[in-house]
Ligand binder design. Structure first.
Ligand code: MG
Length: 359
């Protein structure tokens, strides 16, 4: 039986801001873009969540829900410093660490470096170290597989610690609403509900071929997971070749101005993701698909790795100048960074910042 911990910092960016700026303590704050533009909330403090403010919500909408909401620009350097520190804390117990983002990771402590033996005790110690050394709180879920550990870490936030032992796993999953299953988005959840599938127990009634027939490949995962079977290992290192953002437009683009606007948005997305994953790349690639679906790419490499918005957008615009746009319409633009060298990157399916590979 494996011992898996999922650790997740509570309202991460917002908590770091409240820790570093006492004037934000006890106040509803939103780290992210300003409500004047098209910004979105990256993280809301718990005080703001009480008003319904959530991650990924347009900042303007957040302000309507909570008029006294304080908007705070993200300080990624501060978050990275905390991230490095918590990973160092994790590494006191195990080297099998799979970071999912700056503030979240799976740990396999089946064998721990300090011979503590109890995953629950290790999770307690990690939470305490985060409190003592960083003055922040984290929530932890402990179980024998990743799926249940992750759901468990979210159950008693903030400052939660939830243990789902082997004998409780199956009944835990049976009671779980389908929305909580990995890979179930709004569309799939709706489909499941229309089929009277509301919980894990309902899914359990279906055969594996039926689950695959209705939901595709992920049906196999559902079949196993509702039976408590989750053998996915904690992946300590996983290298990805590129990090990309792309967009297919509702209306094909014709003017260079329109394309520049879209490139700015894409460059912004890529820069934010690079920051989030603490990555820099040496090669910037522009991808473009014409209205006739013909696709081309252009790229430029640099002697030193880059990750900043300005370099990315300037390079993308420069690369666009080398593309034949005469009498053409553009249906898709994409920007990717690659050539990361020794730096490791971590991703997971379903992550809003999921990394894509350009072909
Ligand atoms: Mg978190």
């Amino acid at each position: 039986m494996r011992k898996i911990i999922h650790i997740d910092m509570d309202a991460f960016y917002a908590s770091v801001e409240q820790r570093d700026f006492p004037e934000y303590k006890g106040k509803p704050i939103a780290v992210g873009g300003s409500p004047d533009g098209r910004g979105v909330v990256a993280t809301a403090s718990y005080e703001a969540r009480r008003f319904g403010v959530k991650s990924a919500m347009p900042s303007r909408q957040a302000l309507q829900l909570c008029p006294e909401l304080i908007f705070v620009r993200p300080r990624f350097d501060a978050y990275k410093a905390v991230s490095t520190h918590i990973r160092e804390i994790f590494s006191r117990y195990t080297d099998l660490i799979e970071p999912l983002s700056l503030d979240e990771a799976y740990l396999d402590v089946t064998e721990d470096k300090l011979n503590i033996g109890s995953a629950l005790e290790i999770a307690k110690q990690i939470k305490q170290a985060i409190k003592d050394e960083l003055n922040l709180t984290a929530s932890a879920g402990v179980s024998s597989g990743k799926f249940v550990a992750k759901i468990a870490s979210d159950m008693n936030k903030p400052d939660g610690l939830t243990f789902i032992g082997p004998s409780k796993i199956e009944s835990f999953i049976e009671k779980l609403p389908v929305e909580r299953f990995f890979g179930v988005g709004k569309v799939t959840a709706k489909k499941m509900k229309s089929m009277q599938l509301h919980t894990g127990a309902d899914l359990k009634k279906l055969s594996e071929p039926d689950l695959v027939k209705y939901f595709g490949k992920v049906g196999k995962f559902y079949y196993a997971i509702v039976r408590g079977i989750d053998n996915r290992t904690v992946q300590a290192e996983r290298q990805t070749k590129s990090l990309a953002a792309e967009d297919t437009f509702e209306h094909d683009l014709i003017t260079i101005e329109e394309m520049h606007t879209e490139l700015s948005k894409l460059a912004d997305k890529v820069a934010i993701r690079l920051n989030k994953h603490q990555l820099k790349g040496r090669t910037i690639t522009l991808k473009l698909k014409y209205s006739d679906f013909k696709q081309i790419t252009r790229n430029q490499s640099f002697p030193n790795p880059v990750s900043d918005y300005q370099t990315i957008v300037d390079t993308a615009k420069l690369l666009l100048e080398n593309v034949d746009l005469i009498d053409k319409k553009v249906r898709l633009l994409g920007i990717s960074l690659s050539n990361f060298n020794e730096i490791q990157i971590h991703s997971r399916p379903g992550d809003p910042y999921q990394l894509q590979l350009f072909d």
